[in-house]
Design a protein around this ligand. Structure first.
Ligand SMILES: Nc1ncnc2c1ncn2[C@@H]1O[C@H](COP(=O)(O)OP(=O)(O)OP(=O)(O)O)[C@@H](O)[C@H]1O
Ligand SMILES: [Mg+2]
Length: 303
């Protein structure tokens, strides 16, 4: 398949980069990167990618699930990653967040090579991923789950222990996260008793508690009822309005993509097929052609 890149219009320049500075000690600069940039990203020049993948590839036996994907994501920008089932979207996320190790290629966070880091190492450096229920403790309450994330975050920070040393402080932070996903009223329920949609909202609350610099959402509203969806979409919109955050969103629903995306990246058979301004990407012949050939996904994408 011929890869084609639609001219990418950067919708926003980064007015400022990460205000929250999880330490990135030990991460080496990416070859060809800017050696001047600070390790936290806080002193980085405007426009520098927050996250970048270069020729990122993973093979499963003879199958190339992600094929030499090079893409840069900037702070203050929300990128929707779309593509048919099996295109490699979740696998691309798994590579970035460290659940899978690439066969080849590199990943950089604010110019620092994080390719070889574990998932927890990447999380400590600011890669935030909701893990589709696997990160929840089912026998603890909703509030306890978020408290654990707040405490984990407090251990990472430089002087956050001082700030959050009190029980009250941790609780207040956890409750703020629950309020943002409209779960505060269910704070004392055990997670196992929650409906699926609420569990997914709780994952997002945990993500907020960890205060990542890069937010990765993989079909965040899947399994949610119609009235729950706007809560999460409004929250994602709010997150992207903080120019320190970079948001990657895998989404099949084209109305959601249209309403949130600053940019669309299309994966197809593991390869980057298009990347750019939403209207241009949706209108591009190569995308139209690809989706016209895929009836189920074509309907979903409504291109
Ligand atoms: N651990 C694995 N071992 C073998 N093959 C895998 C593995 N993980 C993913 N794949 C394959 O990689 C390809 C990409 O899968 P992936 O889940 O990334 O697609 P996707 O774009 O997220 O699809 P969907 O829209 O259905 O979620 C598929 O062919 C899948 O079967
Ligand atoms: Mg997937």
């Amino acid at each position: 398949m011929v890869a084609q890149t639609v001219a990418h219009t950067v919708a926003h320049t980064a007015a400022h980069t990460a205000a929250r500075t999880a330490a990135v000690d030990g991460a080496a600069p990416l070859p060809g990167g800017d050696a001047q940039r600070g390790p936290t990203g806080a002193a980085s020049p405007a426009g520098q990618p927050a996250l970048e993948t270069r020729d990122l590839t993973i093979r499963f036996g003879g199958h190339v699930a992600v094929n030499a994907v090079s893409c840069a994501f900037r702070a203050g920008e929300l990128t929707c990653i779309v593509g048919p089932n099996g295109a490699g979207k979740t696998t691309y996320f798994n590579l970035i967040s460290g659940q899978l190790a690439p066969t080849s290629g590199r990943i950089a966070l604010y110019g620092r090579d994080i390719t070889g880091l574990s998932a927890s190492g990447k999380a400590r450096r600011g890669i935030g991923r909701a893990f589709q229920l696997t990160s929840l403790f089912p026998n603890l309450t909703v509030l306890e789950n978020v408290r654990l994330a707040v405490q984990a975050r407090a251990r990472i920070g430089l002087d956050l222990l001082t700030v959050w040393s009190s029980h009250r402080g941790i609780n207040a932070e956890a409750e703020r996260c629950l309020e943002r996903v409209a779960l505060a009223a269910k704070r004392d329920l055990t997670v196992a008793a929650l409906p699926h949609g609420d569990q997914r909202k709780l994952e997002v609350a945990i993500l907020l508690a960890l205060r990542p610099r890069v937010f990765m959402f993989d079909e965040p509203t899947a399994g949610m009822s119609v009235d729950e969806v706007p809560v999460i979409l409004d929250l994602i919109r709010e997150i992207k309005q903080d120019r320190a955050h970079t948001v990657l969103l895998v989404e099949h629903k084209m109305d959601v993509v249209r309403s949130l995306a600053d940019r669309i990246v299309v994966l197809h058979n593991g390869s980057l097929m298009a990347d750019g301004d939403p209207a241009e990407v949706i209108a591009s012949p190569i995308v139209q052609q690809a989706y016209l050939g895929l009836p189920a996904e074509g309907e979903g994408l409504d291109v």
